[in-house]
Design a protein around this ligand. Structure first.
Ligand SMILES: Nc1nc2c(c(=O)[nH]1)N[C@H]1C(S)=C(S)[C@@H](COP(=O)(O)O)O[C@H]1N2
Ligand SMILES: [Mo]
Length: 402
């Protein structure tokens, strides 16, 4: 399309409507200028892009497209990716607030739209601002497992991310010349009568521009320090706001959902429990029989999509040994099914890389003890580079997937 055709000026609205913030000169601070706004915008763009890419990684690890095999290495891959996702999401909050502070007078431009292209640009900005606010608010509430809404969080968060990033690309593309100029522009200075030079933006006193950026940097550092300990264990002592600490929970590991909440207590303590392995040569093994097989020990993190992660020392039977014994071929995926009967975590799909990884265990023990009820007794799945939601607890069966 030829965008120029959309450029002829639109009829201006009657001046009678030009009230309140729409009046010229309504906004005071001269610090709200393009150089600062562009610098904050650049930081926000980096944070958003990182958050978007790591969000996609999380999404595709949880919902693998059928035609690719997702890697089970590096072991810490998902931990790093999800840690970055939550950290950049949280850092976006002060950055976004500062950016809105710096530019919001522009929301009251007069006339509201000069041409069709200008109207489209403002529309994309509306999508960008509302999408960005929606993402940080819902993401933050998700880390606290508080869902005061009726839509399904993950799907909505995923689609709004695409809309927001699309609007961001449109915004940056349209504004590219202006952004470039604003980043390159020298400070605008005025020479006072006595020969001193004064930064125009800072004339009149108050916070300096450097002060604005330093305050913002401080705010970002503070929210990061107060939350990053939920995934970076050495910093867990700093964790002021994060809902979880990686070192607090039974056997030194946080619990996502307890056995009581999952209503599995009875089935999990049933003396008749046996893990069924369904393949060409199906069989079932009791916990004693599983414990009599060769045991392997691996240090692997649980990385919850809600933002915390914790490493633990797991031991149990290699999944691939159990699959081989059932005659399940190396190129088939496997479904792990829980004793839990309802909800989103009743089973998970294990791709071929994860199914065959020597570190993927049907764990019986953690940190030197038999699994606590809340960590998935009698047996749970633990695999490298895999979102927590797929580390199925309270296993009932393993089955060759279609
Ligand atoms: N059956 C079942 N397995 C489950 C869950 C669940 O609710 N039910 N929660 C998952 C989630 S979201 C996470 S983060 C991990 C947490 O394991 P933990 O509670 O032992 O730390 O277990 C996963 N396995
Ligand atoms: Mo989780």
């Amino acid at each position: 399309v030829n965008l120029r055709k959309l450029d002829p000026p639109l009829p201006a609205p009657p001046d009678l409507l030009r009230q309140g913030p729409f009046r010229a000169g309504f906004f005071g601070s001269r610090l709200r200028e393009e150089r600062t706004a562009a610098r904050i915008g650049r930081l926000l763009g980096i944070a958003f892009a990182t958050c978007f890419v790591t969000g996609l990684i999380s999404h595709y690890l949880q919902h693998p497209p059928g035609f690719v095999t997702l890697p089970s290495r590096p072991v810490w891959g998902y931990r790093l990716s999800q840690g970055l996702h939550v950290a950049t999401g949280i850092a976006s909050i002060p950055l976004l607030l500062a950016k809105l502070w710096a530019v919001y007078p522009n929301f009251y431009q007069w006339p509201p739209a000069r041409s069709v292209t200008h109207a489209l640009e403002r529309l994309s900005l509306g999508v960008l601002v509302s999408g960005a606010l929606f993402q940080v608010v819902t993401g933050l509430l998700n880390t606290t497992q508080w869902y005061p809404w009726s839509f399904f969080f993950t799907a909505t968060h995923f689609w709004v991310a695409w809309a927001t990033m699309g609007a961001l690309l449109v915004h940056v593309a349209i504004k590219a010349p202006q952004i470039k100029a604003a980043l390159a522009a020298p400070r605008e200075v005025e020479r006072e009568g006595d020969g001193r030079t004064v930064d125009v933006a800072e004339a009149g006193g108050g916070l300096s521009r450097r002060g604005v950026l330093l305050t913002l940097g401080g705010a970002v550092a503070l929210v990061t320090a107060a939350t990053v300990g939920q995934t970076l264990s050495p910093l867990s002592g700093l964790t002021l706001f994060a809902p979880r600490r990686p070192d607090i929970g039974p056997q030194g590991v946080p619990v996502n959902k307890t056995a009581q909440q999952a209503a599995v207590h009875k089935a999990a303590t049933d003396p008749g429990w046996a893990l069924a392995v369904k393949g060409p040569k199906p069989y079932a093994l009791t916990r004693t029989e599983l414990a009599a097989l060769p045991q392997h020990e691996v240090a692997l993190p649980i990385t919850c999509v809600e933002g915390w992660s914790a490493e633990a020392l797991w031991s149990g039977v290699r999944l691939r040994d159990l699959l081989d014994r059932a005659g399940i071929p190396a190129d088939s995926k496997v479904t792990a099914t829980s004793l839990e009967k309802t909800g989103l975590y009743t089973h998970s799909l294990i791709g071929t890389a994860h199914a065959r990884d020597p570190d993927t265990l049907i764990a019986l023990r953690v940190n030197g003890e038999d699994l606590h009820m809340d960590h998935g007794y009698p047996a749970r799945l633990i695999a490298p580079n895999r979102p927590g939601v797929l580390q199925t607890k309270w296993l009932k069966s393993l089955e060759m997937a279609a």
